[in-house]
Design a protein around this ligand. Sequence first.
Ligand SMILES: Nc1ncnc2c1ncn2[C@@H]1O[C@H](COP(=O)(O)OP(=O)(O)O)[C@@H](O)[C@H]1O
Ligand SMILES: CC(=O)N[C@@H](CCC(=O)OP(=O)(O)O)C(=O)O
Length: 305
Amino acid sequence: MTARKHTALPKAQILIEALPWLTRHNGKIVVIKFGGNAMVDEDLKAAFAQDVVFLRQAGLKPVVVHGGGPQISAQLDRHGLVSEFKAGLRVTTPEAMDVVRMVLAGQVQRELVGLLNQHGPLAVGMTGEDAHTISATRHRPRIDGELVDIGRVGEITAIDPGAIEALLADGRIPVISSIARSADDGHVYNVNADTAAAALAAALGAETLMVLTDVEGLYEDWPNNDDVISRLTATELEKLLPELSSGMVPKMEGCLFAVRNGVNTARVLDGRVQHSILLEIFTDSGIGTMVVPDGRQHTTEGGAS
Ligand SMILES: Nc1ncnc2c1ncn2[C@@H]1O[C@H](COP(=O)(O)OP(=O)(O)O)[C@@H](O)[C@H]1O
Ligand SMILES: CC(=O)N[C@@H](CCC(=O)OP(=O)(O)O)C(=O)O
């Protein structure tokens, strides 16, 4: 008697292909930064939530850190407040800080938690203020050699990962807004979400930092052409940093910080591609840009890390 042909066999093959990646990443922490510009489309947001829940159910430990730049700008506009950026960071008056906190913690984070929890009682939202997770001091960037005051913008001074670790141990998906508390003056500070994600990835000993954005990855010669750099070492990235502009600066500085502080790979991915997280983690047709520590030039089998 010949064996019956099962039409679902290709599905089993796809699952089995993912086995080396599942084995490699089992129990590992993956910090995923979901950016404001990749976060404006409803279908993409739903697919993002599915991917994150998939990772959790596949035995990984995802931690979501979210931005919300466009949403903050829109709300400031409604309040008649102007959005000004210096050195890629939002000039944040105390008044604007109230809006930033309201939008990130009260709107964007709530929405992500809601989407994730459509799949079960998994996501718990918090901000960097909770349990002293992110402490900061006032950040004064140097522009043309001068230190400038950009208000309530925080430079991270310490991370206490205890609350996030407790949530992970309980099987939850932490969703973190990039707001910090200062030990110096007790004020809350606005922290760039890429910077916060990178610092958290390092403090948590994450295997991977994934930064989702609204471009394919790091373009070699932006804006002149759209050739994406698929892989580079920390030192190669360090050399490129002075040439980068705007939103790519905190992203790539964050990737560099992460791989120099124990994270195995840091990746910038196109958040406009549905299921970009799954494509990146479970296939070798990795998309976007991957930063690896120095001395690791080649992709190893069973996961592009
Ligand atoms: N070399 C580069 N490669 C890709 N994008 C770049 C580069 N330099 C600057 N950018 C800009 O950085 C933007 C991404 O940063 P940002 O707008 O802050 O994203 P997000 O909201 O996802 O954090 C891109 O949309 C692009 O306009
Ligand atoms: C200091 C600073 O610039 N903070 C950012 C925080 C949000 C953020 O980083 O959002 P995206 O990831 O969507 O850009 C801001 O106010 O826009």
